[in-house]
Design a protein around this ligand. Structure first.
Ligand SMILES: [Fe+2]
Length: 358
């Protein structure tokens, strides 16, 4: 059903327009409004297909009414034909166009012109409605696809987190003395990265790498890992292989974070004294530097087969003595700052680990 809205302050004009349209377009419904304000209200509630709008009206004239119709999301697409008793002057047309009118018609209304204009407007309206419908459908499709992709990406991330968890459990069954070490290290490293305002993806990468940073130890004989007392040079050189083995183990998994490189570099030190490659300063990933400091803190706090846990004081001394030599000075400052504020401690609460796992 085609709906046409006629807006005119004069009742007799409305009656004439209504009668003409009923005769010329019997299939249409004609609604009327006797002021600009009432017309805008009806346009909003009834969504007509075309509006016939008188220019000369008290309070709100046709130009202002047209401007308001154009500025409203609900009515901006409805074609407007302006009706004017004033001769079709260029100034009048300019003002009409500026207010957003689509066509003009002089009064008294000619029947032939009215039907031609209304039909032209209805054609415009139909093609615009079609375009709008197609655009909305396209937008909806894009939104749905984006949502699906986001969901599948979240699914992949969950799967990766579960893989990390399984790998972490594997190394801990072999090496009971470091049980919990990786999880506590992940918690400390994540706290440091957050405090340094690292972006979310980087924090996630650090957390994932930290959770399995000692996975390479599964390749080291249990007798060495669990050996009470001091280890000899040969045994130590075997232990030093664990970052490389760890990186090789996880190499087939394409993580969206540089997990392999972080694991490979977690024992590298700024001055080149670390292992396995003796990398220096800028050659070491920031993630690996953060993990390195967190690893040292956690390892010193924990009991090891070959030694009892060292004191908090020893840990602080190690970091302060080698700040800028082995360890990145900014990371050490942040780590010790967090420690002094009680945000990381030797009895860690796993606050970060919980937030990632849940
Ligand atoms: Fe390690």
């Amino acid at each position: 059903m085609i709906k046409i809205l006629a807006i005119d302050d004069r009742e007799d004009n409305l009656i004439v327009i209504q009668a003409m349209l009923k005769t010329l377009l019997p299939q249409c419904t004609v609604m009327t409004a006797s002021s600009g304000m009432e017309g805008i209200e009806k346009a909003r509630s009834e969504s007509p297909d075309t509006i016939l709008l008188d220019v000369k009206m008290p309070v709100m004239d046709g130009f202002e009414t047209c401007r308001r119709l154009r500025s409203d999301e609900k009515t901006r697409h409805i074609p407007v034909i302006m009706l004017t008793a004033i001769a079709n002057s260029p100034a009048n047309r300019k003002q009409g166009l500026e207010s957003g009118a689509d066509a003009f018609m002089a009064k008294p209304i000619d029947e032939g012109e009215l039907i031609a204009q209304v039909q032209a407007m209805l054609r415009i309206k139909r093609s615009e409605d079609k375009l709008r419908y197609e655009r909305d459908a396209l937008e909806k499709m894009v939104q749905e696809r984006t949502m699906e992709l986001r969901e599948s990406l979240e699914g992949v991330e969950r799967l990766l987190e579960q893989t990390i968890q399984v790998l972490a459990n594997t190394v801990e069954t072999k090496d009971p003395y470091t049980a919990g070490h990786q999880m506590r290290t992940a918690d400390i490293a994540t706290s440091i990265a957050k405090e340094m305002n690292a972006d979310h993806e980087m924090i996630k990468g650090i957390y994932m790498a930290a959770m399995i940073h000692d996975i390479g130890k599964i390749n080291i004989p249990a007798e060495i890992l669990n050996k009470p007392g001091k280890i000899n040079d040969t045994e130590f050189s075997l232990i030093k292989e664990h970052p490389l083995i760890g990186a090789q183990i996880i190499e087939p998994i394409e993580f969206p974070w540089p997990i392999g490189r972080i694991i490979l570099q977690h024992h590298e030190r700024l001055d080149g004294s670390g292992y396995p490659n003796g990398l220096k300063g800028h050659e070491i990933l920031m993630e690996a530097k953060i993990l390195g400091v967190a690893d040292v803190m956690e390892a010193m706090w924990s009991h090891r087969p070959y030694r009892a846990a060292k004191s908090i004081q020893d840990t602080i001394e190690e970091l302060e003595t080698y700040k800028g030599i082995r360890y990145d000075p900014q990371i050490v400052d942040v780590a010790l700052g967090l420690f002094r504020k009680g945000k990381i401690s030797s009895e860690n609460q796993f606050s970060n680990v919980q937030s990632f796992i849940s």
